[in-house]
Design a protein around this ligand. Structure first.
Ligand SMILES: C[S@@+](CC[C@H](N)C(=O)[O-])C[C@H]1O[C@@H](n2cnc3c(N)ncnc32)[C@H](O)[C@@H]1O
Length: 501
């Protein structure tokens, strides 16, 4: 995949073909106020984007959770919804680069600006440098937004700053902001990631057998909008039905389809929980666990366990497979709210699938050697899924790695203890970080053996191929699997498979 080294170089909505209100030059075809005058008022798409940005920065909201509701409430659909989405996600992803530009123009440190004004400035810069919105429309519409939301004083500042930004194009600003920076800082600024993340991802690439030179491609993939993948739950829905409705078949998972556009929440199959939005990488790792050959248990159906299951994506797939094939299972989730989401996710396949609110760390002790297949999809930094969570890269810190390390180890050790001899455990993260993947597995295998719970590392690549129905090229990292956004077009899922002796 080529590495576009600029925002908006990819698939963001273009200006061309939009209605007259987009660029402020069109005639008033519909009896409304002239376009130029309309730009004096904030338009709905920009208002939605700005409101979501405010919720993200003021209330630590997640843009991907807040935006769909905001679009629906504003009645935005089609191209307008796509425009609002690109405004929101692009602004959040490129925040590091845009702040570097703004720092050259604003007459005080950015953190001394009122947060509402700073969010508006970032939104304006994205239109100027990351989208093909004409300068005058980007400035006028953003100023209108600020006048309406913050006040006249702030709108003067925003007007002056955005006009200065508009004096150069993106290449001009890129040259300026990375001018005398060291290579890592330059890469971090150019592709808008924190510097520690750039280093961690390069280290992860190398640790999983790839070249450090791929780092710019990986960072660029984080800046591209991810396709909307759906899971058609096995036994409940044939993916061909979704394809007949206009979706494209998935690239890797036999149960995946890709939606061209639109709100998946409106699909009847999603409403009935027969289909679910789920990245193909997530589907593949769950399918791999289900595909590991196993001696059948002597005393009845297989028992499956999803040890940290919220919000239920992989439980929805595992429960459907288990239901189809006559197995039984349990999902455990510590957060009551997320456990409720898991209950909804397993609906339709829940006859012999129980959902519990509880602490997965103690389950291995409470039910030792009780399960045939165990999924430990551990809480992690999510560094492999940055393209879907546009603000996550700015929230995560190295302190999170240290904080998550004990929890990841305790959950895996508990999952291993809950597996019966001959049973199999999948350790999964949506982060390729070495400290959350290989180091956790190696550490827990060693420590568990000392406690009398021995396990062998299985060939996860073979299981992935069995689950997908074909080899997934470039997925193997020794005995482990590491998927990559820039290689596979999936989230960066890690998978290790362990068989208990
Ligand atoms: C990475 S998410 C799992 C994603 C899930 N497998 C899916 O596909 O939707 C990790 C989950 O573990 C939960 N969790 C954290 N600590 C836990 C614990 N001690 N026991 C059980 N669940 C826990 C978190 O609340 C979170 O929902």
């Amino acid at each position: 995949m080529p590495a576009p080294d600029r925002p908006g170089g990819g698939r963001g909505p273009a200006r061309g073909g939009r209605g007259p209100a987009r660029d402020g030059r069109g005639p008033a075809r519909d009896g409304r106020a002239p376009a130029r005058e309309r730009l004096r008022r904030a338009d709905p798409a920009r208002t939605v984007a700005y409101d979501v940005l405010r919720q993200v920065s003021e209330h630590d909201a997640y843009a991907n959770l807040v935006l769909p509701g905001a679009l629906r409430r504003a009645g935005l659909e089609g191209r307008d919804a796509a425009f609002a989405t690109e405004l929101t996600y692009g602004t959040l992803r490129q925040q590091g680069l845009y702040d570097a530009v703004l720092a050259r123009v604003v007459d005080r440190p950015l953190d001394r600006l009122d947060a509402a004004t700073r969010d508006a400035l970032r939104l304006g810069v994205h239109q100027l440098l990351g989208m093909r919105v004409p300068d005058h429309a980007a400035v006028a519409a953003t100023v209108a937004l600020v006048r309406q939301s913050v006040g006249t004083g702030a709108s003067g500042l925003v007007n002056a700053v955005l006009r200065r930004v508009a004096e150069r194009d993106l290449d001009g600003w890129l040259a300026e902001v990375v001018d005398d920076a060291d290579p890592d800082t330059a890469l971090a600024t150019r592709l808008s990631h924190p510097r520690w993340v750039v280093r961690a991802l390069r280290q992860a690439l190398v640790a999983h057998g790839r070249a450090g030179e791929e780092t710019p491609d990986l960072l660029a993939a984080d800046n591209e909008p991810a396709a909307v993948s759906l899971l058609a739950r096995p036994g409940l829905l044939d993916p061909a039905d979704l394809v007949a409705g206009g979706a494209a078949p998935g690239r890797w998972s036999p149960w995946a389809v890709t939606l061209p556009a639109g709100d998946p929440g409106r699909l009847p199959q999603v409403r009935t929980a027969h289909a679910r939005v789920q990245d193909e990488g997530s589907q593949l790792v769950a399918l791999a666990l289900a595909a590991v050959p196993l001696d059948p248990p002597a005393d009845g159906p297989e028992r499956w366990l999803d040890l940290c299951a919220g919000p239920g994506g992989k439980s929805s797939l595992l429960s459907a497979l288990a239901h189809r094939d006559g197995h039984a299972g349990v999902s455990v989730e510590v957060s009551p709210h997320r456990a409720e989401l898991v209950r909804q996710a397993v609906a339709g396949a829940d006859e012999r699938w129980e959902v519990r609110t509880g602490d997965g760390r103690t389950l291995g002790e409470e039910e030792p050697a009780a399960y045939d297949r165990v999924l430990v999809d551990a809480p992690c930094t999510g560094l492999g899924a940055l393209r879907r969570r546009p603000e996550a890269r700015w929230r995560r810190t190295t302190a999170d790695l240290a904080a998550l390390a004990p929890l990841q180890r305790e959950l895996l050790a508990s999952g291993l203890a809950a597996a019966r001899p001959g049973g199999v455990v999948a350790y999964v993260t949506c982060s390729p970080h070495l400290a959350e993947t290989r180091l956790v597995v190696e550490d827990v295998v060693r420590r568990s053996a000392r406690a009398g719970v021995e396990a062998d590392v299985l060939d996860a690549g073979a299981a992935l191929a069995a689950g997908a129905g074909a080899e997934v090229p470039d997925a193997r990292a020794g005995d482990f699997v590491q998927l990559w956004p820039h290689v596979h077009g999936t989230d960066g899922m890690f998978l290790a498979l362990l068989r208990r002796r």
